[in-house]
Design a protein around this ligand. Structure first.
Ligand code: G3I
Length: 336
């Protein structure tokens, strides 16, 4: 049977998954399914500050280098995640300079060093991750982060210019979550993201794509295909591509029955992909987890199931058998 990446490629879509060094080293089954289904790997931890900046002066690229080598040896492309994010920062960041000059120097050094090291080897970089948060109640909808406090909203443009200088080839991406439901909260986030992107394009900032994370919920209400499609079209109207960067579907909130959970999760993958794939601006889909054995959700107090059962959010179960979700993704690509 054809793998998911092959089916996606026939529709002009690059398909892949996140993966970590720990998973690669621990599990031959993870290596097997990543090879069978992914044309692209997104290192899950290794390219975050916490993954390679043990001290303000020091960089440690052993794990990141391992992941790039792993993908390249198998002919897989790599996405970088993420150059600027307010989470996954190392402990020393709490004591880093908070004045404009100090923060600017920190960002410059970081982006030049990291994006420069892998220049020419990244298909794309998430340059700024999750910069929007309407709940922070700023008029521009931007998230209140240490970067914003020190440098103002201009930190986003600055990061993209630095990334472009350091790696002229990578596609530069603004990555955001909570963009796919027809709820007032997510509508506010879509409005803020569009305003941000529109301004960046107008100012000549080198952004090429919006990353829609797409952490979905099978029990969540409010998915309207037309809302997602209109949003993708609005982004495309700015001259940008659209990537689905962190696709997963939690079964949190569904009753324990496994067959019913798996069916509902599969339906959510299918409905989301059917809508997204109908838009020509959609170029890439990467999963945020491929097997339930290694899911981020059981560790997160926001994402784990209330009944304590392990989540079943990904296309393979915890013994690496294909679930209905795998077939739903395959069918979405076949039908597109
Ligand atoms: O591996 C260490 C372990 O050795 C240690 O004992 C333990 C104690 O804290 O931590 C383990 O590392 C954890 C790592 O996941 C591996 O499980 C980190 O603490 C934890 O912070 C890390 O969480 C990751 C999180 O981002 C922060 O980096 C999740 O795996 C990862 O799935 C999540 O991914 C994010 C995207 O980057 C952005 N979008 C949302 C997405 C889900 O939250």
């Amino acid at each position: 049977e054809l793998g998911l990446a092959t089916l996606a490629q026939a529709r002009g879509i690059v398909f892949g998954t996140t993966l970590t060094r720990g998973q690669v080293e621990e599990s031959g089954e993870m290596r097997r399914i990543a090879a069978a289904d992914a044309a692209m790997i997104v290192p899950g931890l290794e390219l975050k500050w916490a993954g390679h900046r043990p001290s303000p002066e020091g960089f440690d690229f052993q794990d990141a280098d391992f992941m790039l080598r792993f993908a390249e040896e198998r002919g897989q492309a790599v996405r970088g995640h993420a150059l600027v994010w307010h989470e996954a920062l190392p402990p020393w960041f709490a004591r880093a300079p908070r004045d404009a000059a100090g923060m600017r120097a920190l960002l410059e050094r970081h982006i030049r060093t990291v994006a420069g090291r892998y220049a020419g080897r990244m298909q794309s970089w998430d340059v700024v991750n999750e910069p929007v948060e309407p709940w922070d109640r700023r008029a521009d909808g931007l998230r209140d982060t240490p970067f914003l406090r020190a440098l103002g909203p201009g930190y986003i443009d600055l990061a993209f210019h630095l990334a472009r200088e350091a790696d002229p080839a990578a596609r530069l991406v603004l990555n955001e979550y909570g963009l796919e439901l027809a709820t007032p909260e997510q509508e506010a986030r879509r409005v803020a993201v569009l305003a941000l992107l529109r301004g960046m394009v107008r100012r000549g900032v080198p952004v090429q794509a919006l990353g829609i994370q797409a952490h979905l919920g099978a029990a969540a209400r409010g998915f309207e295909p037309s809302v997602l499609r209109d949003f993708i079209r609005a982004v495309a109207g700015l001259g940008l591509e659209v990537y689905v960067t962190e696709l997963d579907v939690t079964d949190r909130g569904l009753p324990p029955d496994v067959a019913a959970r798996d069916a509902a999760v599969a339906r959510s993958y299918r409905a989301f992909l059917d809508a997204a794939l109908a838009e020509p601006a959609l170029r890439l889909v990467t999963l945020w987890g491929i097997s339930d054995r290694y899911t981020w959700m059981n560790d997160s107090r926001f994402a784990r199931r209330e009944d304590g059962l392990p989540v079943r959010a990904h296309p393979y179960d915890d013994s690496f058998g294909r679930k209905p979700a795998w077939y739903a993704i395959a069918e979405a690509f076949r039908a597109a």
